[in-house]
Structure formats: structure tokens, C-alpha cells
Design a protein around this ligand. Sequence first.
Ligand code: AMP
Length: 191
Amino acid sequence: MSATRILLLGAPGAGKGTQASALIKRLGVLHVSTGDMLRKAVAEGTEIGLKAKAIMDSGKLVSDEIVIAIAEERLAQPDAANGFVLDGFPRTRAQAEALASMLDKNGTPLERCVALTVDIDAVVERLLKRAELEGRADDNEETIRERMRVYDAQTAPLLEFYKIAGLLSEVDGMGTVEEVSARVETALADS
Ligand code: AMP
């Protein structure tokens, strides 16, 4: 049986959002993107949005406390019971541990972590193109470099965390959307 509680891990611009969208369509599960939730909070001017905006614009990470709270709240809703694809959460060891303890408590542990591996120069180019298309304030070159640095320092160590947990599949994230999707499907089928 195919996994339905999935984490997509990868550097900013690795294609997590695109692959998450394809997966949720195929599996009929929930897409949980803390980046999308935070951007919505910023757009709506909520208290969390006001706190998060400057941090997001600088390319740094919003506090574990805030992010864990919004992810847990979303995952606790009934529509998460069929499964989910996590995209952009967890990004730190503390977030990964909080997620594991929440899911374990509910008896619904993560089933697979798919890590998209990419060439960083190609990714920076991809992000600059996306900046032109979407006009995201956190997509100028300086912020992109900071996001990469933060990824290396805080999020990349999660690869080891999920490897030790026996959940990690590394997938080549370079190529067309269809090519990468096919590799992700294979990785999930093999798990
Ligand atoms: P994303 O769209 O996932 O690249 O997220 C955009 C920005 O939102 C990030 O650069 C962070 O500032 C913030 N953010 C999203 N998810 C998290 C997270 N799990 N932990 C901390 N900050 C996050």
C-alpha cells in the first residue's frame, strides 16, 4: 500500500511545492505548506503575520514556536486523517521532534520522507525566475543566498534524522516536473 503521510524535504526552489501539488492530486490527501500558511497570515494582517513578515522577507526562519503551533493546528483537523504531504515543515530539529511526537501520539506516524536533491546554482536561477513571475519579496538574490545558508545550517541535518528513522528516500530533483514526479512515485512505491 502506498504511503499517505509524506514529508517532502529539499532546498528552497528544489520543487517541493510543485511535487506536493502533483502528489496531493494523485493521493487525495492534504497539502500542508507552512510557507503558504504564513504568507496568508501576512496578507490578512493577523498577529502571526505581523510577527512573521520581516523574518520571511530576510530569508530567516520564523520561530519554531509559531510554526509548530500552526502546523499542529492544521494537522489536528479532521481532513488530515486521510493523509498529508508536508512541504516546508519541519525545517529544524526541534520542529521534526515536535512533529514526530504529535504524530506518534495520534498513532499516525510519518511514513516516508522524500528528499529532492538539486544543484544549488540551478536552484538559485529557478528562484530568481520565480521572483520575476510571482514578485515574492523573499526572492531577491541576497535573500535567496540567506535562505540557502539557513537550509544548509538548519534543515539539511534533517536528512540524517530521517535516514536514521528509516524513512528517507533521496530523489534526483533535476529534470522536468514529469521526470521528477515519476521518480517520486517510484520512491514511494518502493517504500
Ligand atoms: P517557503 O514557501 O516554504 O519557502 O517558506 C517561505 C518562508 O516562510 C521561509 O523562508 C521562512 O521564513 C518561513 N517558513 C516557512 N516554513 C517554515 C518553517 N517550517 N520554519 C520556519 N520558517 C518557515
